[in-house]
Design a binder for this molecule. Structure first.
Ligand SMILES: [Zn+2]
Length: 262
């Protein structure tokens, strides 16, 4: 029987976020969740590479701690992975806003980050999704930004947990701005280049056409027209080298930069 947090994908999608539902998530949980009163933010501390290398651990747990370890995983590209609709083992001993049974009352979000210098600063696209996802959940449960805590703020004794490697006062300010309507809506990538452009479609993983061949040729790859993981990784690297958001998607901005190289 499904657990109660089945509303998670809908509210995240409505906030304009990318969502990946992990098989079996609706029936996954240690047990049923209590009333949701807030959110605990974590980072995974898993080694690179990959977008969400911790996913299996979040589902299955690790030695000494039974899974699932969080309701949500947040990949480096800003995708929310819906892992569980029930209670998860993420909080441990602690207190925030007078609430001490964290697993029962707080949704856990595990964002992919090593917590080390090799992963700082966080990708802009991932941080933006983190703020927006937290805001969407808080709005749904009728709470303000003060009901979102970092695991390091909740955990007792003090210093037991270092995650997430973020300034949580700044984090809550960003979340509050979204809840107060101060922040612009997310920039969605248009499906085709706007008027004045060449009218090329936005190209992403799974596409198979002549536009993919053009992109692959620009990336010095074998142009087979099939946009798979290798092409996506090459696009991300290209975007990083050209100060674009490394989302692996070739939209109007990325096409323009491709045009500027021979
Ligand atoms: Zn944590």
């Amino acid at each position: 029987m499904p657990y109660t947090l089945t509303w998670l994908p809908d509210i995240l999608k409505k906030a304009g976020l990318k969502v990946a539902q992990v098989d079996g998530w609706e029936e996954r949980g240690v047990s049923e969740m209590g009333t949701v009163l807030g959110i605990l933010c974590h980072h995974t501390a898993t080694q690179k590479p990959g977008n969400m290398p911790s996913l299996n651990t979040l589902i299955n747990g690790r030695t000494g701690l039974k899974g699932p370890l969080a309701q949500l995983g947040l990949g480096r590209d800003g995708t929310f992975y819906i892992v569980a609709a029930g209670k998860c083992n993420h909080a441990g001993v602690g207190i925030w806003q007078g609430i001490s049974n964290g697993n029962t009352h707080f949704i856990g979000i595990e964002a992919e980050n090593t917590g080390l210098a090799d992963d700082f600063p966080w990708p802009e696209v991932q941080l933006d999704a983190y703020y927006r996802g937290v805001a969407a959940i808080l709005k749904h449960i009728g709470k303000d930004a003060s009901f979102c805590a970092g695991h390091k703020e909740y955990a007792l004794p003090k210093g037991r947990k270092p995650d997430p490697d973020l300034n949580m006062d700044e984090f809550r300010k960003k979340v509050a701005d979204i809840l107060n309507g101060v922040t612009d809506p997310p920039v969605l990538i248009p499906a085709v280049e706007p008027d004045g452009g060449a009218g090329r479609p936005t190209i992403k993983r799974g596409d198979n056409n002549d536009f993919v061949k053009i992109i692959q040729a620009k990336l010095d790859m074998e142009p087979d027209g099939n946009f798979g993981p290798k092409t996506e990784a090459a696009v991300r690297a290209f975007q990083r080298n050209h100060q674009l958001v490394p989302d692996g998607i070739v939209g109007p901005k990325c096409w323009k930069v491709f045009d500027s190289i021979s």
